[in-house]
Design a protein around this ligand. Sequence first.
Ligand code: PLP
Length: 403
Amino acid sequence: MTALPTKIETLAIHGGSPVREKFLPYGRQSLDEQDVQAVVEVLRSDWLTTGPKVDEFEEQFATWVGAKHAVSFSSGTAALHGAAFAAGVGRGNEAITTPMTFCATANCVLYLEAKPVFADVSPDTLNLEPREVTKKLSSRTKAIIAVDYAGHPADLSPLNALAKQHGLALIEDACHALGAEYGGKRVGGIADMTVFSFHPVKHLTTGEGGMVTTNNTTLAETLRRFRNHGISSEARQRQQAGQWFYEMTLLGFNYRLTDFACALGISQLRKLDENLARRRTIAALYTRAFRELPGVVAPAVRDDVNPAWHLYPIRLKLEALSANRGEIFRALRAENIGVNVHYIPVHTHPYYRERFGYRGGEFPVAEDAYERLISLPMFHGMTDGDVEDVITAVSKVCEAYSR
Ligand SMILES: Cc1ncc(COP(=O)(O)O)c(C=O)c1O
């Protein structure tokens, strides 16, 4: 005999009491006094930008991810722009990418007057599906830009093989995936170039900031020039060498990351192992709780992968629910749980529809997932009580709307 259903509580959206009094955001930074002191020290020093903290951060970051070179940028978006440029993406050519991402991943191709060509995602991970990539290859393809959606590494081995076979660059947008492992190795030295973001909701923050890592010395040199106007040397190198001469050899930008941002990055890097472990614990608690909950599908994790859990996106089993994603989303918000949605597929944004004529229906896996996705709060500063509140609220709302 099945157990009698427990009492269904009135949802906050229908006038009941919310699961928690204080709103829980979906992501936020954790900064401590050491972080503050690290920044203050640099503010009192001689170098606010292009100084020694930049090299120090880059060296430590490269070592941590296991890459030869790390080149810092003023944001993840700027880092993507640099990586696409270094890969040779330019006027008239194409880069293949995923629609299930933040628009910056595809926009970097447009900045270079090239065309982003989308390929659909795998149904389990929502990462770029290599078989779909194969269908989109053309004589104009220069690069594949894969995203480690939610912190789960993309299918890097087949994508690397495809890139090699066709003479393309593989750029891994790991803005969600600092610390994620693929085949026992941290992402950062697996693709030709790997891009990270240091926005406050990420694993490590510098306020705004980004990094490209690579094992290729030529690519690293191009990236350094690109983020500094295309100039052959930086101000401190010239000052140290006692010379004024420099040359601009390519059209670059000012995409430099400041020394005080890098000092914050160095300080945050010291806590990264601990913060990653906390995110993995939170994900395990969620996954255990949702395994039994009808109405919800927990994110998949492939063998040989250890995700970094930037996001924890559940998918709703709409067939088992009497409400759609919008209603569930609003009900969870009313319970003071800061849910979010990642992502509106890029090709469905008005800019892409108008410019490229997308009508919807082109990428059925990404589009179906979008209708079901809700990102639950996920940040390393969450307490066990916060995690419990999220589980309670999701269970309460799904139960109330179960068919
Ligand atoms: C997948 C992905 N790529 C790129 C970016 C852009 O990074 P940033 O905000 O540091 O410019 C983001 C930002 O969240 C992202 O989620």
